[in-house]
Design a protein around this ligand. Structure first.
Ligand code: C2E
Ligand code: CA
Ligand code: CA
Ligand code: CA
Length: 279
């Protein structure tokens, strides 16, 4: 047993070191990236299934390394959260999104709403709601055009803090959506104690809706319940025409996914926004 323990130790150590080194390295370059403004927002259109017109865009963060390529938020958001850098990065995301929304409004795209992702840590930091209020005034955006996307866990954890921050921002006119809905364990009834405007059904349920009776039943159930509770429903990750047909059939309100458009840099998404309909 002792022998084994020793072996475990030898295998374990280098792995841990590597992992930590990587984290420290990412953290260091994240700090530099903030200074060098290497973050960019891509935008993915969200379609209103009643008239098939674009209703909003979701802002999705990209870390653009010159000559090296683009790093996915899945790789650096966790490090940003752990190191606390998410506060700065998150504020920058909101600022860029507000500024782009305002610019589009000036170009005549006045129908457009904007959805912004918040990490659980980020929206519960001190003065988050004051920061948002300040940026709303500074950029002159209509808060009714803004939704914040938070996860179930993020919403329900530290419930009282969530309730306080969400209520404050809700009173300004901002809406909250529950992201990745269905992957957590909280119930809609519990979430309804928070001022939530809608849910986004996770891609994992949508991608099998054509073939899996169970998935279809789950999605139908979520939509029925959500509507009874006066919540809107967005389907994420719609990739095929058949998925879209089914979602329309069962009364889903909004959809986004590669079928309509991948997330695009702002200059590219603008063409779609001006046309308003994706053909
Ligand atoms: P999410 O909020 O669930 O965003 C949806 C993800 O699904 C995006 O990945 C999007 O590009 C991808 N997607 C959209 N349509 C399709 C589709 O039809 N098929 C497939 N296979 N994928 C699709 P992305 O952009 O890599 O973002 C990953 C996650 O990173 C997001 O998941 C969100 O949780 C997080 N994230 C992105 N931007 C931000 C941000 O500004 N702040 C924070 N805190 N998190 C962010
Ligand atoms: Ca999202
Ligand atoms: Ca998702
Ligand atoms: Ca997600």
């Amino acid at each position: 047993a002792k022998e084994n323990g020793k072996n475990d130790f030898q295998i374990f150590m280098p792995f841990m070191l590597m992992k930590n080194l990587k984290k420290i390295e990412i953290e260091k370059s994240l700090k530099k990236a903030i200074e060098a403004d290497q973050f960019e927002l891509y935008y993915q259109p969200v379609i209103n299934l009643k008239d098939m017109e674009i209703h909003s865009v979701e802002a999705l963060l990209r870390w653009v390394l010159p000559e090296k390529g683009i790093i996915s938020p899945l790789e650096f958001i966790p490090v940003a959260e752990e190191s606390g850098l998410i506060v700065k990065i998150g504020e920058m995301v909101i600022e860029k999104a507000f500024s782009d929304l305002k610019n589009w409004e000036r170009k005549g795209i006045s129908y457009l709403h904007m959805a912004i992702n918040l990490s659980a840590r980020q929206f519960k930091t001190k003065f988050f709601e004051n920061m948002v209020q300040k940026l709303i005034e500074q950029y002159g955006v209509d808060p009714k055009k803004i939704s914040f996307e938070i996860t179930e866990t993020g919403a329900v954890e530290n419930f009282d803090v969530s309730l306080k921050i969400l209520s404050f921002l809700c009173q300004l006119g901002i809406r909250f959506l529950i992201d990745d809905f269905g992957t957590g364990y909280s119930s809609l009834i519990y979430l309804k104690k928070l001022p939530i405007g809608g849910v986004k059904i996770d891609r994992s349920f949508i991608s099998e809706i054509e073939f899996s009776k169970e998935n279809r039943a789950i999605v139908e159930g979520i939509i029925l319940m959500a509507h009874k509770l006066d919540l809107k429903v967005v389907a994420e990750g719609v990739e095929t025409k058949r998925e879209l047909e089914i979602l329309k059939e069962i009364g889903c309100d909004f959809a986004q996914g590669y079928l309509f458009s991948k997330p695009l840099p702002k200059t590219q998404v603008e063409k779609l926004l001006l046309a308003r309909k994706i053909t």
